[in-house]
Write a protein that binds this ligand. Structure first.
Ligand SMILES: Cc1ncc(COP(=O)(O)O)c(C=O)c1O
Length: 362
């Protein structure tokens, strides 16, 4: 029997076992080609089928309107920070929410392309919350409004679009992409590094409205022009074939074994509740980082009384096959990333371990 642990890593992270097994079974001879998916041309019919399946699955799961394109790129969400500003800021102004590390990084790149404005900044409280609608004073003349729906490092989340009064809304959904239903029509663009909920690392996904696509200036570099990727079915240059192949498997798992994003949300919320309950019922032994209203259902962050106790917790958790629980160095403490593919059993095992660790050490 293969030994599998519960991997709470923030990304790359755990993938659905059935998707991994399918890939393993067809690894040396994909679709009767006598070649691995890693070896075949991105212009070949078997790859095109994989690409089309991934696109169709995503359209179905996210109910993507016909006037939106889904584009697959490389460079991570990090490259999107620059690319979206190069395409859509063009020396102008845009509104940015800075509710965590990733929002901060996004605006830093935008500053190289124009005059972005911070409309919410929770740095002083060490990024524990997300803005409510009323907290934001939208600039009607902004080229766009940008926010990060889930701040992966701090574990704060805002799951609904804002009412921007008509300003195009752009969202970095890297760490809660396809974790719950989203009204895509409320966004001009959604983007995500795939390596949390969708696929292994190496793939970046953007969903962009035709109206937004048309706004790019003609002097943008070819690879950095979203219109090129959209027009060339994400094969302007050699695409990341293997992550796209895994995306088709992961999205098939979501459709066939979970059902839809409503069911995905119910499953994710229940998993998160299991761990938040362990925190809330600990009488302060575990201290949650995020304010309750903005608790992430993907990344659960908490601290304990001393760094020594936290280290002991992690060392003992590892012995129980509960791994990668160390919080990001900028926040400290612990973090359990429980993306779509983390099973309810994994979350139960962690909550049980937390209770037992507290019994012995509390
Ligand atoms: C919300 C968010 N945005 C952006 C990034 C950067 O993604 P990448 O490593 O794909 O560039 C991450 C990575 O964890 C993230 O969690």
């Amino acid at each position: 029997m293969t030994h599998r642990v519960y991997n709470f890593g923030a990304g790359p992270c755990t993938l659905p076992l059935s998707a991994l097994e399918e890939a393993q079974a067809e690894f040396l001879d994909f679709a009767g080609t006598g070649m691995s998916i890693l070896e075949i041309s991105h212009r070949s019919a078997p790859y095109v089928e994989v690409y089309e399946a991934a696109q169709a699955n995503m359209r179905k799961l996210l109910n993507v309107p016909d006037n939106y394109k889904i584009v697959f790129m490389q460079g991570g969400a990090t490259m999107q920070f620059s690319m979206l500003a190069m395409n859509y800021l063009q020396g102008g102004t845009a509104d940015y929410v800075v509710a965590g590390t990733w929002g901060k990084k996004a605006i830093a790149e935008a500053k190289k392309e124009g005059e972005p404005r911070v409309v919410f900044n929770s740095a002083e409280e060490n990024f524990k919350s997300m803005p409510k609608q009323a907290d934001i004073d939208f600039n009607p003349d902004a080229a766009y409004f940008h926010y990060t729906s889930n701040e992966t490092i701090q574990g704060v989340e805002h799951r609904t679009p804002y009412d921007t009064g008509g300003v195009p809304q752009i969202c970095d959904m890297s760490s809660d992409f396809m974790a719950y239903p989203v009204d895509v029509s409320k966004y001009a663009m959604i983007y995500a590094g795939a390596q949390k909920n969708a696929a292994p690392a190496g793939l970046t996904i953007a969903i962009i409205s035709d109206e937004q696509l048309a706004k790019a200036p003609d002097n943008v570099h070819t690879y950095l022009d979203y219109r090129i990727h959209a027009a060339k079915d994400s094969a302007y240059n050699t695409p990341p074939v293997f992550p796209i192949y895994m995306l088709s498997k992961v999205t098939s798992w979501m459709l066939n074994e979970v059902g839809d994003l409503d069911a995905m949300y119910v499953r994710n919320k229940a998993k998160a509740d299991t761990i938040y309950n362990a925190i809330d019922n600990s009488g302060g032994f575990y201290k949650g980082h995020a304010v309750k209203d903005n608790r992430s259902i993907m990344n659960i962050t908490w601290t304990m009384n001393t760094p020594e106790l936290e280290s002991k917790f992690m060392a003992e958790a590892t012995k129980h096959d509960l791994i990668a629980l160390k919080g990001h160095r900028s926040v400290g403490g612990l973090r359990a990333s429980i993306y779509n593919a983390m099973s309810p059993e994994g979350c139960n095992a962690l909550a049980d371990f937390m209770a037992e660790f507290q019994r012995v050490n509390g």
